[in-house]
Design a protein around this ligand. Structure first.
Ligand code: MN
Length: 234
């Protein structure tokens, strides 16, 4: 009898010790929601004059933050989100609901968008390999830029224009509505994003008002070709 009691006591102490060890980890998990707002890779005014500091502040600090917060809020309905990369969620986004589609897309698209821009002088140039691929599929770098800007200008309402690499290796320009993107299993043309521009009014309205075409023209001055080259090589 005494032996059983001692065993029970040891088991009980072990359990307490394990719970004490597990507690900080559980607390950290609660704090560390799986989806995080990335820091901007430059100061909010670093893209001026193409994009003003106030637009960057609101766009990153409020719009992108809201997509992250709203996506994390969906963990209640879809606990599997906690163990998923954003890319894998988007690849089967049709199995979730509209909020995951909109906010998951919003989080992914903006994370890319910040990386796809850099201050003037730090943007680099398209690599020889990228230029060769662009020449092959669009005729010239200028023809590609024209097609990309037109896709952004013609996107009715909110959305994005993309340069993607398709499964067969060819490059293509596409546009998506709202926060959809080429990784999603719900869009017409799928592929790996190499470059993207946000044509939601919140991306340009403070500075350009309704002149989306002017925003797109200025935007090329801050396109981070180093980032595009790196994605193209991978
Ligand atoms: Mn945006």
């Amino acid at each position: 009898m005494r032996k059983t009691h001692r065993f029970a006591r040891i088991a009980y102490l072990l359990l307490i010790a394990l719970l004490a060890l597990a507690q900080p980890a559980l607390a950290a998990d609660a704090e560390q929601s799986p989806f995080r707002l990335p820091e901007l890779p430059y100061a909010v005014n670093a893209l001026e004059p193409a994009i003003d500091a106030r637009t960057m502040e609101i766009h990153h600090g409020r719009h992108h933050r809201a997509y992250v917060d709203n996506l994390n809020a969906k963990l209640v309905d879809f606990p599997a989100l906690a163990d998923s990369s954003i890319e894998s969620v988007l690849a089967k986004v049709s199995t979730f609901d509209a909020a995951v589609r909109n906010n998951g897309g919003g989080h992914y698209n903006h994370s890319l968008f910040w990386e796809f821009m850099a201050p003037v002088g730090k943007t680099g140039e398209p690599s020889a390999e990228l230029v060769a691929a662009i020449n092959k599929d669009f005729g010239s770098l200028d023809a590609f830029k024209k097609a990309f800007s037109e896709a952004g200008a013609k996107q009715f309402g909110s959305g994005w224009a993309w340069l993607i690499r398709q499964e067969d290796g060819s490059l293509a320009v596409t546009a998506t509505a709202n926060q959809d993107n080429p990784l999603m299993d719900v869009v017409a043309t799928r592929g790996t994003p190499l470059l993207a521009v946000d044509v939601w009014e919140h991306a340009y309205y403070l500075q350009y008002q309704n002149k989306r075409v002017d925003y797109l023209a200025q935007w090329w001055s801050v396109v981070n070709w180093n980032a595009v080259n790196a994605r193209f090589e991978n």
